[in-house]
Design a binder for this molecule. Structure first.
Ligand code: NAI
Length: 286
């Protein structure tokens, strides 16, 4: 996509972190913004901040795990701005814990947001973009955790691997049609956002579904390492710039990751190629 001015971008998880920074970056290119987010106070604040910078912005409270909410988000975007050109399926949450310890509620919550959120985004928005028959771009947020398998993060890893393959397949489906609509997958490493405080938006009652004491011990150490990584991570504006450039230059893979995380991906690919047992990674990624 080469034309950004007066075009429309929908950003889920747009009230915070990577989503908000990308909305700001696209607004700086003259795009109109539609932010979908589950956290009403943060959403209002994000809309006001972008408006104060001169952008035209619509905020729609959205739970991306619900197809009806995502359909409403699209409808509101079309009513207000008459079209959609960039769709950033970015909302995401995280939990830690050993694979067999995570509760059903953990699995349902994280799969609901990270995977079903992207599925609903694709099913809702891609037909709209195709009907417009103009240049458009879908960016789905996965993670370097979609290219590695760090211990203590099964639920999150599953969703991010799924988003990588979903987006690679979407890319192929669009390419076979010769569509002017393109796709990219975003794989950040550690980024300094509120991802480790995801539970702030959890709707289920965690008190009725507590982790076991064993899970808490491992969870606590992994949680600590991840928190530290995120705290030391790149600024979200770094990711936002790469997302913008990837849309402009039609690049599929968007990376913003620390060198040691790239090395962990290399190691995994080498193990697959050599059919060697995986060496347990010591470098975590969110
Ligand atoms: P963040 O917590 O700052 O922002 C996430 C946003 O998603 C928040 O505004 C939150 O309210 C919203 N959200 C949560 N549940 C939602 C739901 N059900 N429906 C709609 N919105 C919802 O975190 P961050 O880091 O900006 O997260 C954005 C994406 O980046 C996520 O998909 C995350 O998994 C991914 N990511 C983050 C990394 C990091 O180190 N921060 C690394 C790799 C990937």
């Amino acid at each position: 996509m080469k034309q950004f001015r007066e075009r429309v971008a929908v950003v889920t998880g747009g009230a915070s972190g990577i989503g908000f920074a990308t909305a700001e970056r696209l607004a700086a290119e003259g795009m109109k913004l539609v932010l979908g987010d589950i956290e009403p106070g943060a959403l209002d604040a994000a809309v006001k901040k972008l408006e104060a910078g001169g952008a035209q912005v619509l905020g729609v409270r959205t739970d991306v795990s619900l197809s009806a909410d995502v359909e409403r988000l699209a409808q509101r975007a079309l009513e207000r701005f008459g079209g959609v050109h960039v769709v950033f399926n970015n909302a995401g949450v995280a939990v830690t814990g050993e694979a067999w310890e995570n509760s059903l509620a953990d699995w349902e919550w994280v799969l609901g947001v990270n995977l079903w959120g992207v599925i609903h985004g694709i099913r809702t928005f891609v037909p709209i973009l195709l009907r417009q028959n103009e240049p458009g771009h879908v960016v789905n947020t996965a993670s370097m955790a979609g290219l590695t398998s760090n211990p203590g993060m099964a639920v999150y890893n599953v969703t991010k691997h799924a988003v990588v393959t979903l987006t690679e397949t979407l890319h192929g489906d669009l390419a076979l049609r010769g569509s002017p609509v393109k796709a990219s997958v975003l794989c950040p490493g550690f980024i300094n956002t509120r991802i480790m405080d995801s539970a702030r938006n959890r709707q289920s009652d965690a008190a009725h579904d507590p982790p076991t004491p064993e899970a808490s011990a491992l969870g606590a150490s992994i949680e600590l390492a991840l928190r530290e990584g995120v705290k030391q991570g790149f600024a979200p504006s770094v990711v936002a710039q790469r997302v913008f450039e990837a849309i402009r230059d039609e690049r599929f893979y968007i990376f913003a990751a620390q060198p040691e995380i790239f090395a962990a991906v290399e190691q995994r690919l080498d193990e697959v190629r050599a059919q060697k047992n995986p060496v347990t990674p010591t470098v975590l990624t969110e």
